[in-house]
Structures are given as structure tokens and as C-alpha cells.
Design a protein around this ligand. Structure first.
Ligand code: GDP
Ligand code: ZN
Length: 327
């Protein structure tokens, strides 16, 4: 007899072996992954019927990730909690290995949004880097959102002028200051009840912002990410930091999107990661147009006509050549 699933929860940490799970009651417990689930029949219910919506293939079930929603059951003879079932993932942030094919590593599951944070100044924002973060989110089919912090240093107008190109593309852009409190209420609702990956260069105010929004959550996003960034590329793990809000919500602390990288995004699909190019690519003369020197290219025409921002196009060209070099 299998035990009854007693509790639902979300995996907030751990890397194989013991996992930390925050239960529906708000406490965090340690749980192991059930052997049976790890090996096989994850797609079957205890009574043997097929559970198509819940199927994670046998090979994938060992890849339980931070952010996975799970069902827990009490182990036999007081053996502690066990993860009995992994619920279907609605999204994931994955690190793919070069060369494509299999071998992706799931950094976090069920990510609702990627919050890309830059400072209006100190440190000076680099748009090329911003575009890279956006593309990584897009390539994972995650919704990015942009936060421009430290607006107190340059003023609202200057910040908006500089970044409204992203608003025109359709991204949500928030102009904040932890120092003077500007737009913090707006941002609090952005984070509430969602699972967010927060990323951006160090020093832009990620930890300051989250701690100002959710006092007591004790988030050290920058500190953790930086210490991992200094290490080798092998340590790609994530942890979820629960936000102290009524609606709940999590910040997923990853080693940084740059480490996750763009590996194995096929060069031919890069244009889909730029919304303003995605919307035009079907109008190019050639179906496999790379939007470089091809004739009748709707994209380069739009760059010339000014409807596609030239700097954004430069980012596309730069990333395309990087992806081509990886081959
Ligand atoms: P993180 O590395 O992205 O987590 O950045 P921190 O939160 O550690 O902040 C870096 C520095 O920027 C700290 O000295 C903060 O006090 C400062 N800072 C954070 N937000 C603001 C802001 O809105 N305006 C100004 N002027 N400084 C800020
Ligand atoms: Zn084209």
C-alpha cells in the first residue's frame, strides 16, 4: 500500500538527497525523493491508472528542481516526509548544454517572471547586457520585466527617455528608487504571489529593493549570486527565498542568468527572442532570413526606417555572431 499524499508544497532548496520543501502551511520541512518515483511509473497513480498530465518521464524525475510543486507523504514507520509526486511544471528556467539535444539542466521550475534590474546610474547601465538578459528570459519562454532603480540619481525624465524603447517594444518597465521610495508600492504588487527570478549586475540595488519591499525576508540576492558567480561554472543551483507577503511569493536566487547563458539557442531562433523582430520575421522574403544582408528583409528595412531601434538590432547581430561561433 502506498501512503496518502497528505500535504502539498514547493521545493525551495536542496540538490538531490534531501530537499527543503515549504508546505502549504508555510513551514519548511526536509523531505527525500521517494525511490519509487525516482525510478519509474511516475506517470501512474497508486492504483496503476495512467496520469497523463502528471507524467514526468522516468529519466526526468530525478531532476527535481527548486520551484517544483510536489505532494508529500509521511514515510512509513516515522521515516520523515517523502516527496511522492511532482506536479506538472508550467515553466522552467533551464541551462542547456552546448550542442543542443538533451542534457538540459533545470535551474528552477515554475518561474512566473524574470525581473531584470539595472540602475539608472552607478553602475552605468549597459543596454547590450540588458538585451542579453531579456533574450535569455525569452529563450526560456519566461516573461521578463525591467526595473530601473536609482532613478533618484538622474531623475524620472532622463531615465524614461533612456529606456522607453523597451516600453515601446512591449516590456513592462518600472522606474524605482529604494532611496526615496519611488514606485515601491507598484513593485510590491509585481512580486506578490509570483515566483520571480531577480537578476542584473551587482550593485544595482537588488537586495536593497527586496528588503525594502519585504522587510524581514532577509534576502541577500546580490551577495549569494556574487559568491556563486566567482566560482566555477559548475555550480548552477538555485534556492527559493520566500517573501513575507500575505499573497506569498518567492524570489528565486540563481547564480545569475549569464551563467545560464544562451547555449544551444539555435541561431535561427534568436530572432524570436526579440519581440519587435519576431513580429516582422514572417514578412522577410526568405523564410530563413537572418536579417543581415538579405534582400527584402523586413527587419533591416525597419531598422533603416527607425521602427526598430538600432541599438537593439546591434544586440541581435552581436548575439547572432556569438551563437554562430559556438558551433
Ligand atoms: P545588489 O548588488 O544589486 O544587491 O545591490 P545592493 O542592494 O547591495 O545595493 C548596492 C548599493 O546601492 C548600496 O550601497 C545601496 O545602498 C545603494 N542603493 C540601492 N538602491 C538605491 C537607490 O535607489 N538609490 C541610490 N542612490 N542608491 C541605492
Ligand atoms: Zn529578415
Amino acid at each position: 500500500m502506498t501512503g496518502h499524499a497528505l500535504l502539498s508544497g514547493v521545493v525551495v532548496g536542496g540538490t538531490g538527497g534531501v530537499w527543503r520543501v515549504r508546505t502549504e502551511h508555510g513551514d519548511t520541512i526536509e523531505a527525500s525523493l521517494r525511490g519509487r518515483l525516482k525510478k519509474s511509473n511516475a506517470g501512474r497513480r497508486a492504483d496503476g491508472s495512467l496520469r497523463r498530465d502528471t507524467v514526468l518521464s522516468a529519466s526526468k524525475t530525478s531532476k527535481l528542481a527548486v520551484g517544483d510543486d510536489v505532494l508529500l507523504e509521511e514515510g512509513e514507520r516515522g521515516g520523515g516526509w517523502a516527496i511522492a509526486e511532482i506536479l506538472p511544471r508550467r515553466s522552467k528556467l533551464a541551462r542547456r548544454v552546448p550542442g543542443g539535444g538533451q542534457g538540459e539542466r533545470i535551474v528552477a521550475a515554475n518561474v512566473d517572471q524574470v525581473v531584470v534590474m539595472f540602475a539608472a546610474a552607478k553602475p552605468e547601465p549597459h543596454r547590450r547586457m540588458l538585451d542579453r538578459f531579456l533574450v535569455i528570459a525569452e529563450s526560456n519562454e519566461l516573461t521578463p520585466r525591467i526595473v530601473i532603480n536609482k532613478v533618484d540619481l538622474v531623475g524620472d525624465d532622463a531615465a524614461r527617455e533612456r529606456f522607453n524603447v523597451y516600453e515601446r517594444i512591449g516590456y513592462a518597465v518600472h522606474y524605482t528608487s529604494v532611496k526615496d521610495g519611488r514606485a515601491l508600492d507598484e513593485l510590491r504588487s509585481v512580486f506578490s504571489g509570483r515566483r520571480s527570478v531577480v537578476t542584473g549586475p551587482s550593485g544595482v540595488g537588488k537586495s536593497s529593493l527586496l528588503n525594502a519591499l519585504f522587510p524581514g525576508s532577509n534576502l541577500r540576492v546580490g551577495a549569494i549570486s556574487e559568491s556563486v558567480n566567482k566560482g566555477r561554472h559548475t555550480t548552477v543551483g538555485a534556492a527559493m527565498l520566500p517573501l513575507l507577503t500575505e499573497a506569498d511569493g518567492y524570489v528565486i536566487d540563481t547564480p545569475g542568468l549569464r551563467e545560464i547563458g544562451l547555449w544551444s539557442v539555435p541561431a535561427a531562433e534568436l530572432d524570436r527572442c526579440f519581440p519587435e523582430i519576431r513580429g516582422l520575421r514572417d514578412q522577410c522574403r526568405f523564410a530563413d532570413c537572418r536579417h543581415m544582408a538579405e534582400p527584402d528583409c523586413a527587419v533591416t528595412n525597419a531598422v533603416r526606417g527607425g521602427t526598430i531601434d538600432a541599438e537593439r538590432y546591434d544586440s541581435y547581430v552581436k548575439l547572432l555572431s556569438e551563437l554562430a561561433e559556438e558551433r
